[in-house]
Design a binder for this molecule. Structure first.
Ligand SMILES: Cc1cc2nc3c(=O)[nH]c(=O)nc-3n(C[C@H](O)[C@H](O)[C@H](O)COP(=O)(O)O)c2cc1C
Length: 363
């Protein structure tokens, strides 16, 4: 039985993400172990709260990033178009899905390029797999950036995903060296991201020493790629892949832990993502050290319908973020970054065992 083309795989991902329960089940993001200290008398007016922030040299209306999801298959244009229109309206950055398919099949370029047609000024993040860059190098990185006139490049690292995926690419040796060369040569900032297993403090430090501009931790607790590829493997009769997917269903560094790992290991901006599901999650991510919070799958269901639907969800999240800021007496994102939190349970245990020195945690 042969594995399908990249194009079919991309459509499978969308279908499975829309139709099935693909979230982590036992493992959570661990944001439940981050507690704010309620302020009963906030000396500020809710209407004066400001959520704007700066990231990679641009000012955005909120510390929210739409994570890369799609493109690279016929029918995905509408999703990218709606995401782009909402990112433009909201003035927040937008990530694209992996552009590998369009490099191999130029007729698919439009599924990405549509974003520039409808939102010429949106801060756009191109996307390619780290593993593809071992062979493709700087040339491939430049190609995906210029394909959409991107403002930054996200390089995704997804070893578990590739293992469970039938015929996934599992030769990762040389990825870091490829990233180092690209960072040296590329004219736009490079973001390195995971897709749901998290990035550790050790790797964050190495990446920042190479000159990577930002790290998107893509932690565990949200969309689960072992699960998505396990579903595909079962559908296509790849039983060994499916069994590995089952064993590793709960693998990964929970998003709150990955965020703390990364933030305490480097000074470069950290994007907290993987299971961000509310404005309260966003507030907690910022309070433990992130510069931005990234959201993917919760927007997909709306992106297939209209940009208005996405804007509505984003508005709700910003209202929740502002509520958390109001209840902690924070008028702006800078004060939210400084506000005290109490860290409990498994997250505290993790911090202790890992010997992490977090400015807000007294052990
Ligand atoms: C349908 C779908 C497709 C995705 N495709 C990509 C991709 O091509 N490249 C990438 O870096 N991440 C991809 N991701 C991962 C997201 O960018 C994000 O890291 C992950 O879904 C965790 O965020 P969430 O829990 O908010 O969904 C995809 C996610 C979804 C839901």
């Amino acid at each position: 039985m042969g594995e399908s083309s990249i194009e079919v795989r991309k459509l499978d991902h969308i279908r499975i993400c829309l139709e099935k329960d693909v979230e982590f089940k036992q493992k959570t993001t661990w944001f439940e172990f981050v507690e704010f200290i309620h302020v009963a008398a906030p000396e500020l007016n809710y209407d004066d709260i400001e959520t704007s922030t700066e990231f990679l040299g641009r000012k955005f209306s909120a510390p929210i990033l739409i994570e890369g999801m799609t493109g690279g298959a016929k029918g995905t244009e509408i999703i990218n178009k709606n995401l782009a229109m909402s990112a433009l309206e909201f003035n927040i950055p937008l990530g694209l899905g992996s552009q590998r398919a369009a490099v191999e099949k130029p007729e698919l370029v439009e599924s990405f390029r549509i974003v520039r047609d409808v939102a010429p000024d949106v801060f756009l993040i191109a996307n390619i797999g780290g593993v593809q860059l071992i062979e493709g190098g700087v040339k491939l990185a430049e190609e995906v950036v210029s394909m959409v006139d991107a403002n930054a490049l996200a390089i995704h690292l997804n070893p578990l995903h590739e293992i469970v995926q039938p015929h996934g690419t599992t030769s990762f040796k040389g990825t870091l060296d490829a990233i180092r060369k690209i960072v040296e040569k590329l004219s736009v900032p490079v973001i390195v991201k995971e897709v749901g297993c998290g990035i550790s403090g050790e790797l964050s430090r190495r990446l920042s020493e190479m000159g990577v501009a930002a790290i998107d931790v893509g932690g565990a607790g949200g969309t689960n790629w072992a699960k998505i590829e396990r579903i595909r493997a079962l559908e296509k009769g790849f039983l060994e892949n499916a069994a590995i997917g089952k064993t590793f269903l709960e693998w990964g560094i929970p998003t709150a832990a990955a965020t703390i790992e990364a933030c305490t290991s480097t000074k470069i901006p950290i994007i907290s993502s993987g299971g961000i599901r509310s404005g309260l999650d966003i507030a907690k991510a910022i309070a433990i050290g992130a510069s931005m919070a990234g959201i993917a799958r919760p927007l997909l269901h709306h992106a297939v319908v209209s940009s208005d639907r996405i804007v509505k969800v984003l508005r709700q999240m910003v209202s929740e973020l502002k509520t958390a800021m109001f209840l902690t007496g924070c008028q702006n994102i800078e004060s939210l970054k400084k506000v005290n939190v109490v860290i409990t349970g498994r997250l505290l245990e993790w911090i202790k065992q890992r010997g992490i020195q977090h400015p807000k945690v007294r052990i």
